[in-house]
Design a protein around this ligand. Structure first.
Ligand code: ASP
Ligand code: MG
Length: 431
């Protein structure tokens, strides 16, 4: 049964990382295996800066950035292949020249289109080097162009997948020859063949799309962390790793602020009951965390998600009317129009409380618009603490010594809003 592996930018950052990737893949001889790879390190950011230089009419800056990309990728090729670098270096040079040519050809087009024709080269470069390296180490591999597999609409920079067309293209892949396939994350193409991208950090999603269309047995996302945790280990000193959680639980954790796996990535997997494992590419013995159908371990330990830099809005009708469905509909409609997400929504008889990210550019116009029609009070500098599967004792302990400015609780989730000034730099989950 087919496996799909995904490697992010950190796992192909430099020659040493790519060598390590080769060792890792050598331990997985089963085929078919499709390997989805991001751009090397921070290449996507570098390509965005290159595009910005070009579009702001800074040709010298553009040239410097293009040459830096060429130099960095060629240095990796040199470090990997040494005397055998020539043919791979030629392919890298050709891609950089093609990037330069495409970018010029589309310089007059609108930015999103231009972006996709330029930024897709990060993944084209990384996979060219990785596929050649794997082949060099004796792992029979073939480079595949994801733009011939993932068919999208023309919504550049945030393209939507045409599932029927993609499934047909993917089905025509013959994976039975025992060679592993190396392809790009993040990119696809329109039916006319224009490159598209699926949104930043879109490579996980690419792996899920391919797995869905291949009817894969499993997806593994190799990361620089050992797996998924019940809290951010950088912020909570007793965070523990989650071994198995359900798709449903993973989506709930993401909704409440965990930077787990994006729900967009989970949906195509959940539809086909394909499990997704997050594993450490540094510690190959560690089992990682699996998201799948099995919900038996959901809630075995409480989970804590912190949302910082929050603003609380308390909104009341001016004429001492009820905060009825019509008012709520109006207010939430304005929220949607402003592109804001409320981490906590709580309605009372004459009040609607919303806890929002303190994103000034979006928040200020919303507050101004609400203040035209409602009495609005506002408080900034807050931290929203979301707890899944916490009991009364845990919630009491978390609130101790802190003013709770808003709260909400249902069967499995509790939310508490505190002044950030009363919150510690490092949290501890009470036992
Ligand atoms: N290279 C792209 C990015 O940095 C896609 C990804 O890595 O997931 O956003
Ligand atoms: Mg990445």
């Amino acid at each position: 049964m087919t496996q799909v592996f995904k490697f992010g930018g950190a796992s192909v950052r430099d020659a040493e990382a790519i060598r390590h990737l080769g060792h890792l893949l050598a331990r997985f001889p089963e085929r078919p295996l499709v390997v989805v790879v991001s751009a090397m390190g921070k290449t996507t950011n570098a390509l965005e800066a290159l595009l910005a230089a070009a579009r702001s009419n800074a040709p010298a800056d553009y040239r410097d950035r293009l040459e830096a990309l060429r130099r960095d990728h060629l240095a990796t090729v040199e470090a990997l292949f040494g005397e055998r670098a020539e043919p791979v270096a030629r392919r890298v040079e050709a891609l950089i020249n093609e990037l330069d040519r495409r970018h010029r050809a589309h310089a007059e087009r609108e930015r999103p289109f231009h972006y996709d024709q330029t930024v897709c080269f990060g993944e084209l470069l990384s996979t060219t080097i990785v596929a050649a390296w794997l082949e060099d180490t004796g792992l029979a591999s073939e480079w595949c162009d994801a733009r011939e597999l993932i068919v999208t609409d023309g919504d550049h920079q945030a393209a939507s997948v045409d599932w029927a067309a993609t499934a047909e293209r993917v089905r025509s892949l013959d994976l039975a020859d025992g060679r592993l396939r190396v392809t790009q994350g993040f990119i696809g193409a329109t039916p006319e063949g224009n490159s598209t991208t699926l949104g930043r950090e879109g490579s996980d999603y690419s792996a899920a799309i391919l797995a869905h269309c291949l009817g894969a047995e499993a997806v593994t996302i190799w990361k620089d962390v050992p797996g998924l945790f019940n809290a951010d280990p950088r912020r909570v000193d007793n965070a523990v790793q989650l071994e198995t959680i359900s798709y449903h639980e993973a989506i709930a954790l993401a909704w409440h602020g965990a930077t787990v796996i994006h729900p967009k990535t989970l949906a195509p997997l959940q539809q086909r009951a394909i499990p997704l494992t997050v594993r450490s590419f540094q510690d190959l013995e560690a089992p990682g965390s699996t998201i799948g159908e099995d919900a038996r371990h959901d809630g075995e330990v409480p989970a804590l998600m912190l949302c910082e830099e929050q603003t609380l809005l308390e909104i009341r009708p001016r004429d001492f009317a009820f905060m009825d469905e019509a008012c709520q509909h109006d207010i939430l409609g304005r929220l949607v129009a402003a592109g804001l997400h409320a981490g906590l929504i709580d309605a009372g008889a004459t009040r609607l409380s919303l806890c929002l990210d303190s994103h000034p550019a979006r928040l200020e116009p919303l507050v101004a618009s609400l203040a035209d029609d409602y009495a609005v009070t506002r408080r900034d500098g807050l931290t929203l603490v979301n707890v899944r599967h916490g009991d009364d004792a845990l919630l009491r302990a978390l609130g101790e010594g802190r003013d709770c400015l808003a709260e909400r609780r249902n069967t499995d989730t509790a939310q508490r809003l505190f002044p950030a000034s009363q919150c510690p730099a490092t949290w501890h989950l009470p036992d």
